[in-house]
Design a protein around this ligand. Structure first.
Ligand SMILES: NC(=O)CC[C@H](N)C(=O)O
Length: 232
C-alpha cells in the first residue's frame, strides 16, 4: 500500500541535526586522489551547519585542508562569527526550506561577514536569505545522472541530485547570479553573489557513489576563502 508523505511546511531538519558542536577530522580515502589540485598548503577554519549533513561533504572539506567544526541547525550566528572562521558551510538537509525560517535568519546574519558555501538545502536557504523564493517542484531531481551547465566555465557536469524544492531564479535580486543550470529542465542549480562571497549548488559535489565532475566546487570554496583572507 502506498502512503502519501506530506513534507510542505514541516521542519524536518530539527529531527536530523546534531545536538551539540563537534570537530570533524576524517578525510576521503585515496580513491579520491584523482583530484591532484586537492590539498592546499594552508588550513582553513570552517564552521559547518548541520541541517542533515552528509559525511562525505565533511570528508571532502577535510581532504581539501579544512579544520571543521560541525554545529547544530539552531547554532547562533554570533557564536559562529565569534570563532572567526574562514568560511561557513550550509549543508544539505531534508524538507521544505520555508519551514525553517530560523535557519534563514542565521544565514542572513552570516552573509557578507565570511565566505559561505551552500549545498542543496543550504543553497535553498541562501536563496531565501538573499531575498529569493523557493518552490516545490512537480517532480524532484533524484539520482546520479543529471546534466548541469556550469555557466562560469561553459562545461557540462554530470551530477548527483536529491531535492524536491528549488530556488526561483526570477525572484532573486540584482547582483545574485545563477551560475549553474540543470539541463533537463532549466532549473536553477547554483548561485553566486560575488559581492558577499557567496556560492552554492543545488546538488551534491561530494556524491559517492556518483559522478565526481563537480568536486571542483570544493576547490572553488577554498579559493574563495583564500582570496577573502588575502584581501583582509
Ligand atoms: N538534499 C537536500 O538537501 C534536499 C534539499 C531540500 N530539502 C529539498 O528536498 O529540496
Amino acid at each position: 500500500m502506498s502512503r502519501s508523505w506530506d513534507i510542505v511546511g514541516i521542519d524536518l531538519i530539527s529531527g536530523v541535526t546534531c545536538n551539540a558542536p563537534y570537530e570533524w577530522v576524517d578525510k576521503t580515502k585515496s580513491d579520491w586522489d584523482f583530484n591532484s589540485n586537492g590539498r592546499d598548503q594552508e588550513t582553513y577554519r570552517v564552521v559547518a551547519y548541520d541541517f542533515g549533513i552528509k559525511h562525505n561533504i565533511l570528508r571532502r572539506l577535510a581532504s581539501y585542508g579544512c579544520k571543521i567544526t560541525v554545529v547544530p541547525s539552531t547554532w547562533p550566528a554570533a557564536e559562529t562569527l565569534k570563532v572567526k572562521p574562514d568560511g561557513v558551510l550550509f549543508s544539505n538537509g531534508p524538507g521544505d526550506p520555508s519551514a525553517v525560517p530560523y535557519a534563514v535568519e542565521t544565514v542572513k546574519e552570516i552573509l557578507g561577514k565570511v565566505p559561505v558555501f551552500g549545498i542543496c538545502m543550504g543553497h535553498q536557504l541562501l536563496g531565501q536569505a538573499l531575498g529569493g523564493k523557493t518552490f516545490k517542484m512537480k517532480f524532484g531531481h533524484h539520482g546520479g545522472n543529471h546534466p548541469v551547465c556550469n555557466l562560469l566555465n561553459g562545461r557540462v557536469e554530470i551530477s548527483a541530485q536529491n531535492h524536491n524544492y528549488a530556488v526561483d531564479p526570477a525572484s532573486l535580486p540584482e547582483g545574485v547570479e545563477v551560475t549553474h543550470v540543470n539541463l533537463n529542465d532549466g532549473s536553477c542549480a547554483g548561485l553566486a553573489y560575488p559581492a558577499l562571497n557567496v556560492m552554492s549548488l543545488q546538488y551534491h559535489p561530494e556524491a559517492s557513489p556518483g559522478p565526481h565532475d563537480s568536486d571542483c566546487a570544493f576547490r572553488e570554496f577554498i579559493e574563495l576563502m583564500k582570496s577573502t583572507k588575502q584581501a583582509a
